[in-house]
Design a binder for this molecule. Structure first.
Ligand code: SF4
Length: 266
């Protein structure tokens, strides 16, 4: 499907939970968050129906996100259910890899093709500080498990403050080069102020070429990350919510006062 600005919308990012097993300083407040109730979270069947409707409208690229998708109970079953939809050419997941060594093999068998893994530093202390308590060894174990399971290419999402010449970023880039991983640098974003930039090494943040819509864990189809516009699939139905989102997709991002990264999935 094309939007009003003649952009081909073929990419759906599906947030399957607003929960996470880390508390990254640029994403979640230290005190935690008001989580969505169980009833508010879409069921597996509802998520699959949204994905099917999106594929009927030309979506062929699907990314599973969160929060942290691997904390959603039964995630491998959900990945398998979506993976069975004909027409998906690019099927991936964004994960912090803390649980990936446990699930990589099963995710690959369930039809997942590749993973994007968050890693902003190689320093265990800095990692623990950024994630408020995370163990970096689990990420390295997750990367090895993903390689072993054939989930590739593996892309590393490295959040930077200003430039990819920051010491942490330089180290992550070197590590990726040495380990056959693709690095992407994502400058810290701010939904409320509308501060964002194009992902270095990726396609996110390039409004002129934007090809994506998002599904939040509680069923809102968002035409743009930096906008408050959304259409709820439970209120409007799967097809209509997607049609309205694509039909009203803004030409470029502005600000997003109502959403949070952990419940939109970045
Ligand atoms: S800000 Fe909105 S329009 Fe721009 S790239 Fe992001 S999602 Fe697309």
């Amino acid at each position: 499907m094309f939007d009003r600005f003649n952009r081909k919308i073929n990419y759906l990012r599906i947030s399957v939970t607003d929960r996470c097993n880390l508390r990254c300083v640029y994403c979640m407040p230290e005190e935690g968050v008001q989580l969505l109730s169980h009833q508010d979270i879409l069921t597996f069947d509802e998520i699959v129906e949204v994905a099917k409707a999106a594929v009927r409208k030309g979506v062929d690229k699907i990314r599973i996100t969160g929060g942290e998708p691997l904390v959603r109970k039964g995630i491998v079953d959900l990945v398998e259910m979506i993976g069975k939809i004909d027409g998906i050419k690019d099927y991936s997941m964004t994960t912090n890899a803390i649980l990936l060594d446990k699930y990589a093999e099963d995710l690959a068998k369930a039809g997942l093709q590749r993973v994007n893994i968050s890693l902003d530093t190689l320093d265990p202390d800095a990692f623990r500080k950024i994630t408020r308590g995370g163990d970096i060894q689990k990420v390295f174990d997750g990367i090895e498990a993903a390689k072993k399971a054939g989930l590739g290419p593996i892309k590393i999402n490295c959040v930077i403050k200003e430039t990819n010449q920051e010491p942490n970023a330089v180290e992550v880039a070197k590590y990726c080069e040495e380990n056959n991983l693709e690095v992407r640098f994502i400058k810290e974003m701010d939904l409320e102020t509308g501060s964002f930039s194009i992902v270095q090494g990726g396609s996110g943040g390039n409004c002129a070429k934007c090809n994506r819509i998002r599904l939040t864990a509680n069923g809102n189809i968002k035409p743009c990350l930096f906008s408050d516009i959304s259409y709820n699939v439970r209120e409007l139905g799967y097809e209509r919510a997607i049609d309205l989102a694509i039909g009203n997709k803004p030409q470029s991002g502005h600000t997003n006062i109502t959403g949070k990264f952990y419940n939109i999935g970045g």
